[in-house]
Design a binder for this molecule. Structure first.
Ligand code: GTP
Ligand code: MG
Length: 383
């Protein structure tokens, strides 16, 4: 495991032998699935680990030993890693011009299309519909919140939760760490999670509490969380660029960035630095979107809100990432407090109705309110 990523269990309840055994079992399982997978199978089915994930960069035409070494040095090992990068990143890694880098990126994508891992550029609406049917979902732990998200957090997409301090963004992230590890019939994807912690608010003891309240084995759950603490925005970007290895080696199905914008906000102060901040944030958010698609993982990013005195109508708060985050996240959910409860609203979704649901924070992490509270909230909304 790379030094930047750390199993959460390292800090609590360590049982090294058990961890190693589980790791080994997991690797064996992955290898078995790889061996059994057919690269020519219909790409519209659930993708999971397959040959595309392990195909190394030198398998691409035009990539010789020198370029391979340069790419590997930059942490780009497989064709999937290559396809998940922007031409700018490739150009920096190999010292080529942008056009050559764009060609390499395109070749990587074409290879993944050839392997039926990615879809063609031009496809029928029926094919897109079929692919959307193959998208997998992770339950948030609350039925109401799942309904708002049409069944849960989607794979191959970035879901952003934004709201003021204490609204429950970090609690949602902690609950998802437990939920994603559940079997599919219980709302999970039987996968591990990478937690990029930028605010130092990841708490393994809270994970233990949520796991116990949900009748899961807390040790197993902690083993399945790979934590990366990001100390500044550049470090946060570096961690994301190394994600491919974690996904390959550990069967990661969910990536959490809590919070995506905090470092950018702290580092780029004042109006003079705004455009640089937005550019860097834009790059990071696009990298998240590409990672979600290429590695077939669900991505959850959180974002704070700040008072916006120029707003006269609606809620006088807006997400700090501004337009950048709004335009790159696939789904945006606004969270606010109402007394002891929380209200979630789907914002600007291409296909969800803009509506609000109620949820609560308790020992299970995210949960549904008691039925009477729920129905009186729904009645109020309808009237
Ligand atoms: P910022 O990161 O500051 O922007 O806030 P956030 O949106 O991430 O808030 P967070 O998810 O940390 O929510 C904090 C709130 O969660 C607290 O005010 C509590 O209401 C609730 N909470 C946290 N831990 C527990 C717990 O163990 N039990 C219960 N019942 N509630 C908890
Ligand atoms: Mg938080």
């Amino acid at each position: 495991m790379s030094g930047r990523f750390q199993a959460s269990a390292d800090s609590k309840r360590v049982n090294t032998n058990k961890n190693l055994n589980r790791e080994r079992q997991f690797k064996l399982m992955s290898k078995k699935e790889v061996a059994g997978s057919d690269p020519n199978s219909d790409g519209s089915s659930s993708r999971g680990p397959n040959l595309a994930m392990y195909l190394e960069v030198e398998e691409l035409e035009g990539i010789g030993p020198v370029m391979k070494t340069k790419l590997n040095t930059a942490g780009i090992v497989t064709v999937m890693d290559l396809a998940s990068k922007s031409p700018n990143e490739i150009a920096d890694a190999v010292g080529s011009d942008l056009q050559r880098a764009a060609e390499i990126c395109e070749k990587a994508r074409e290879k993944l299309v050839e392997l039926k891992y990615l879809g063609e550029n031009f496809v029928s609406a029926t094919e897109i519909y079929k692919r959307r049917m193959a998208i997998e979902r992770i339950s948030t732990g609350s039925k109401n919140l799942d309904d708002l998200l049409s069944g849960g957090i989607e794979s191959q997409a970035v879901t952003e939760f934004y709201g003021e301090f204490g609204s429950g963004k970090t609690q949602i992230c902690h609950t998802l760490c437990v939920m994603v590890q559940q079997p599919k019939e219980l709302g999970g994807l039987h996968g591990k999670v990478v937690y990029i912690d930028t605010e130092n608010t990841f708490r393994p003891e809270r994970i233990v509490g949520i796991a116990e309240a949900r009748e899961c084995d807390p040790d197993a759950i902690l083993d399945g969380i790979i934590v990366a603490k990001a100390y500044n925005s550049a470090h946060q970007e570096l961690i994301l660029s190394e994600l491919g290895k974690q996904v390959r080696d550990h069967g990661v199905r969910l990536v959490i960035v809590d919070s995506a914008v905090a470092h950018y906000r702290a580092e780029f102060l004042g109006r003079g630095t705004l455009s640089e901040r937005q550019q860097r944030l834009n790059k990071f958010m696009h990298a998240l979107v590409r990672a979600a698609e290429i590695y077939n993982v669900a991505v959850v990013a959180t974002n704070q809100v700040q008072a916006s005195p120029d707003t006269f109508f609606g809620d006088p708060t807006k997400a700090t990432g501004g337009h950048v985050v709004a335009h790159t996240s696939t789904y945006r959910v606004y969270i606010r407090k109402t007394g002891k409860n929380r209200v979630a609203r789907m914002v600007d979704s291409p296909y969800h109705a803009e509506r609000e649901v109620l949820f609560v924070l308790n020992e299970k992490g995210v949960d549904d309110p008691p039925e009477e509270v729920n129905s009186s909230f729904s009645k109020r909304k309808q009237s």
